[in-house]
Ligand binder design. Structure first.
Ligand SMILES: Cc1cc2nc3c(=O)[nH]c(=O)nc-3n(C[C@H](O)[C@H](O)[C@H](O)COP(=O)(O)OP(=O)(O)OC[C@H]3O[C@@H](n4cnc5c(N)ncnc54)[C@H](O)[C@@H]3O)c2cc1C
Ligand code: SF4
Length: 333
């Protein structure tokens, strides 16, 4: 690993000033579960000269509900999100997503800010410098994407332009289904982006001098049912091959609020709007669920090795929606 300076920022303002002073050559470090591996493997084309530890900034790890809005600080650990009784009760799709992240040890160190900002898992992108040299693909400012011709079994089937790496964050998928937002601070002040709008075709929308300060999600209508289902290869510790997060409210036998978000299918979380439209103002039953699941892949354009993801997404969406059907039936009894 290349040597670097390490400074503790005690306030967000100090962090932003340090990022500005070392523009493009400093990186924020939180739990370090992603960043340290990335630095060790020398994946980044320009390694940082400074790491700014933000873990000493006070009050950035709170989880609370205020004015019917869920507010989570960027330093809240994934394990705290998974274990929070408030989140389990009112925003269960988020706690299910958090529970599905990595292992208990990693969840205890990993922060929500780091989860949203983690580097993609594309194996060409992550190819270690020591074994044959890093691959300078589009995402690193190069002029190629080896995934197009190469082994692209875990890559995007929708929405990709030059880069086909999928968003690895399970939290981002659940947050999108909750209409959640990401709070950011930088030299020009504070701004907020929607969870899906935070991601760009080549990474995220953060400027090099900006920091994520937290996430927010509006309170949901009462008796909303939520579900997060993820398909991964090694169940206890793995990234999603595909996932689906669903939030539905049924009133008078019809769906009055529907959010369906797909994960690991694109460089950003994907709202399955065609599926949502099929369910809105209709009853949730086997027929509408099947139609909604089929519509979830209407935009899919798989690569040479990932056509299987199309069927998988249909199945996962169908399962997530069916689990809500059973939940609402149980509640009605
Ligand atoms: C074995 C393994 C399995 C995993 N499985 C999953 C999984 O199933 N699902 C999933 O979603 N994730 C998974 N992860 C990823 C894991 O969730 C992330 O590594 C973790 O959340 C990153 O958080 P961190 O605090 O450690 O971030 P760090 O490693 O400290 O930082 C990661 C990146 O985010 C940036 N960053 C951190 N905080 C901020 C901030 N507040 N503002 C701006 N930039 C910031 C850093 O500069 C860095 O680029 C897995 C990781 C491992 C190692
Ligand atoms: S999919 Fe993206 S990250 Fe992976 S090799 Fe292609 S450009 Fe690079």
């Amino acid at each position: 690993m290349r040597s670097f300076k390490h400074l503790n920022a005690k306030t967000l303002e100090t962090c932003v000033t340090l990022l500005q002073t070392h523009h493009g050559l400093a990186k924020v470090i939180a739990g370090g579960t992603d960043l340290l591996g990335v630095l060790k493997s020398r994946i980044l084309p320009e390694p940082p000269e400074l790491l700014i530890n933000i873990k000493e900034i006070p009050n950035l790890d709170t989880i609370k509900e205020e004015n019917r809005t869920l507010k989570i600080g960027a330093l809240a650990r994934i394990s705290e999100i998974a274990g929070s009784s408030l989140i389990r009760k009112n925003y269960s799709v988020l706690s299910e997503a958090a529970k599905s992240v990595a292992t208990p040890v990693i969840r205890d160190m990993a922060t929500v800010g780091g989860n949203l900002c983690q580097e993609v898992r594309c194996w060409f992108y992550r190819y270690p410098h020591e074994i044959g040299g890093r691959i300078l693909c589009h995402r690193k400012g190069g002029s190629q994407c080896p995934a197009i011709e190469g082994d692209n079994r875990y890559h995007a089937i929708m929405g990709a332009k030059k880069c086909f790496a999928v968003v690895p964050s399970d939290i981002a998928v659940a947050l999108t289904a909750l209409d959640g937002e990401i709070n950011i601070i930088g030299p020009k002040g504070e701004r907020t982006l929607s969870a899906a709008g935070f991601y760009t075709p080549m990474g995220n929308a953060l400027d090099p001098d900006e920091v994520v300060t937290g996430i927010v999600a509006p309170g949901l209508p009462e008796k909303t049912s939520q579900s997060f289902i993820k398909f991964s290869l090694r169940k206890p510790v793995d990234f999603a091959v595909v996932s689906a997060a669903c939030v539905i409210k049924i009133e008078g036998n019809v769906c009055t609020h529907v959010r369906i978000c797909l994960g690991a299918v694109a460089p950003f979380p994907v709202r399955a709007k065609a599926s949502e439209k099929i369910l809105l103002a209709k009853p949730l039953n086997e027929e509408t669920i099947r139609a909604a699941a089929d519509a979830s892949v209407a935009e899919a354009k798989p690569l040479s090795m990932n056509t299987y993801k199309v069927e998988l997404i249909k199945t996962i969406t169908q399962r997530a929606l069916s689990s809500l059907l059973y939940k609402t039936k149980e509640e009605a009894v």
